[in-house]
Design a binder for this molecule. Structure first.
Ligand code: PMP
Ligand code: GLU
Length: 399
């Protein structure tokens, strides 16, 4: 019954872990979830009020497909203010979350057989979206020894005549890497030399703790002309449920992505768009406040994970994820429900933590590394501390 493209499609494992934790909780099982990455803060009041006002003013109808002019203007002002980038509203598209933005890009830019370089570990949706349109994701490893910084030499070696796009994500989900200025400059050079297009997913920009966030598009007009900058209100403003993501890039590509969107979803929610106008354009102090809180939690969780036997962990520089290496646990055994089991992979370690510690983490395999698991620390200090204690106790029981 189903199309061939579904044969290889994996559902989003980050969302699956979240759903599993929710389901266990519904059954009365007390699970601590370090699953999906979503701020535990509520959307700031000023943003909610803007949405309420928008409803009262009757902004409850279809809007321009790519977003109301006020929102596209607010996106341009944000990109100028935070990134030093100048775009016209016609070079901006607002979509139903950055995930949707990225899929519009895939449909508008990728032909079957086109290769997409994806530095690995990567966010789960990049390869799946590429495959959905018949393109070929090519993972290009980064190394733990450099804190998972981009590896321009490996990227260069992976370029073939079919390579069309490189997807960058800094700060990175799942590793927390903030790519170094030198590596970004080298990738910009490579893109110009080999006629590649760059997609720069900057969704975690506001959560940069060590180093400074830099958009590759700001390195010069030539690279800007072949880069799509992608961002979202989800993380910076605790607005995951509102579904507002946006992109800025070459006019021709934005127009094509807008045409795709016009046939698929039309505009993103009108009310959410007005909330986003306030989010991007209003006072930004709560963004820094939330980031400071995440930074504190980052230290707490890294300290706790590092103390666990058999677990090691690079200190993330941004986003709200840690990506500990659990490969030293491989070979150990535990009394699983179906009989004694040996830990052999990130999936086994994930199952072990869920059953033995009632702690949900995401297997690294889905991000391209079977030696790791991912934890989101966008949760309270109390839950982080309790989760770590449970993991420590479970690890004690390993044979
Ligand atoms: N890019 C990355 C790297 C992400 O982690 C996410 C997940 N939230 C997104 C894009 C999409 O975010 P949203 O669709 O909520 O804007
Ligand atoms: N991006 C977040 C994550 O990686 C939310 C879930 C999703 O969209 O994948 O957990």
């Amino acid at each position: 019954m189903l199309a061939d493209r579904l044969k290889t499609l994996a559902p989003s494992s980050t969302l699956a872990v979240q759903a599993k934790a929710r389901e266990l909780r519904r059954r009365g099982i007390d699970v601590i979830s370090f699953g999906a990455g979503e701020p535990d803060f509520d959307t700031p009041e000023r943003i909610k009020n803007a949405a309420i006002q928008a409803m009262r003013r009757g902004h409850t109808k279809y809007t321009e497909v790519g977003g109301v002019p006020e929102l596209r203007a607010a996106v341009c002002a944000k990109l100028k203010r935070d990134n030093g980038l100048t775009y016209e509203p016609a070079e901006v598209l607002v979509s139903c979350g950055a995930k949707h933005t990225l899929f519009n890009m895939a449909v508008a830019l990728l032909d079957p057989g086109d290769e997409v370089l994806v530095p690995s570990p990567y966010w789960v949706s990049y390869p799946e979206q590429a495959r959905l349109v018949g393109a070929v994701p090519v993972p290009v490893p980064t190394s733990e020894a450099t804190g998972f910084d981009l590896d321009p030499a490996r990227l260069r070696a992976a370029v073939t005549p079919r390579t069309k796009v490189i997807i960058l994500n800094s700060p990175n989900n799942p590793t927390g890497a903030v790519f170094s200025p030198a590596s970004l400059a080298a990738v910009a050079e490579l893109a110009l030399e080999r006629d590649l297009f760059v997609v720069s997913d900057e969704c975690y920009e506001s959560l940069t703790f060590d180093g400074r966030h830099a958009s590759i598009a700001a390195l010069g007009p030539e690279i800007k002309a072949r880069t799509l900058v992608v961002n979202t209100c989800s993380k910076s403003y605790a607005m995951t449920g509102w579904r507002i993501g946006f992109a800025a890039g070459p006019r021709e590509l934005i127009a094509a992505m807008t045409d795709v969107q016009s046939q698929v979803t039309s505009n993103p929610s009108s009310v959410a768009q007005w909330a986003a106008v306030e989010a991007l354009g209003g006072p930004q102090d709560e963004v820094a406040r939330m980031a400071a809180e995440f930074d504190r939690r980052r230290r707490l969780i890294v300290q706790g994970l590092t103390a666990l036997p058999g677990v090691s962990c690079v200190t993330p520089k941004g986003a709200f994820y840690v990506f500990p290496n659990v490969s030293r646990l491989f070979g150990r055994t535990w009394p699983a429900a179906g009989g004694p089991a040996t830990l052999k992979s990130s999936l086994d370690v994930t199952a072990f933590f869920l059953e033995e510690a009632r702690v949900a983490v995401v297997p690294g395999l889905d991000f391209g590394s079977d030696d790791h698991v991912r934890l989101s620390y966008a949760t309270s200090d109390a839950l982080i501390t309790e989760g770590l204690a449970r993991m420590a106790a479970a690890l004690e029981r390993l044979a």
